[in-house]
Write a protein that binds this ligand. Sequence first.
Ligand code: HGY
Ligand code: MN
Ligand code: MN
Length: 377
Amino acid sequence: TDRAARAWFKARCTDAGLTVREDAVGNTFARFAGTDPALPAIATGSHIDAIPHAGRYDGTVGVLGGLEAIRALQRAGIRPRRSIELIQFTSEEPTRFGIGCLGSRLLCGSRDASADETLCDKDNQTLNEARGAAGFGGSLNGVRLAQGHYAGFIELHIEQGPLLERAGIPLGIVTAIAAPASLRIFIDGEGGHAGAVLMPDRRDAFLAAAEIALAVEAAAKGTGSRDSVGTCGLCEVFPGAVNSIPSRVRMELDVRDTSEARRETMLAKIALGCQEVALRRGVTIRREMINADPPAQCDPAVVAALRAAASQHHFKFQEMVSRAYHDSLFMSRIAPTAMLFIPCRGGVSHRPDEYASPEAIAQGTLVLAEALAELAR
Ligand code: HGY
Ligand code: MN
Ligand code: MN
């Protein structure tokens, strides 16, 4: 499905006369050549992959909106001085390889070629095998782009929250992106017969997991800030039989905050909670960090270009923080970066009923086109 979507997307870019290339992890670049092609380009883009049981707008609005913004500039006969490059990032979601923003992490150097062998999917296929099977060869070392490769980056995305819709404001200009962290927890207790083992003799791994999930909630609620969030979104119980005491559990936690310090406080509390539960319940608990990234500050000049583009069309906008992470979190490490949000119905995302209206998408695309043209002038 992913490869079919990629083929369709590349064909649309070729139809628009863009020069298309793919790197060794499948990040796809479609370039609208400027009159001075030697200058660092202005880039825009997002992702087309998703998590299970999700919607159709998270990511795709920024990829197709970016393509449409370029086509609008072409239709308007605008020849930008700097080239404008549309990027479709591989695996923004952690679905396949367990870590978010894999393509943009490799592109900005946050991960290196060792990911080829250290990352694998649930069928134990390594990243190297999976990308090879998908036709993406070559060394991952070639994915990295240097600081200065782009003169700016803008990502159009749905808000994935309710603020714009509640305020009746059609556009959000993102000034900062929250600091995400995720970790795996492995719990080993003792299995046994659900009927025969008496309660005092049990070392039930799932009950330990339940206490840890509640400790995540307590850590997030305990910081005193509404910007602290924590989730246990994945919990596998072994052996998974109704009449067998869970001997092993694998769970994955997602912990975020706009403040890196507060997020680290939450992680420390969760670690303490694990130690306490392990001791009291006689189970062993191993924590494995997946990622703990700093927050991103967006670039004032790119924010100003978005502000000017919205004002040019008398569109109201509000400046805001992104609580979701995005490829922009990593692009901000190598290029001046900002994001443009459009409202999504009820603030719903990562659910099949995620929705953004054609009018909202068109408005975001228009402002994106104006800002790209301004930065590429
Ligand atoms: O989880 C996130 O923040 C993003 O939507 N992948
Ligand atoms: Mn997402
Ligand atoms: Mn997204």
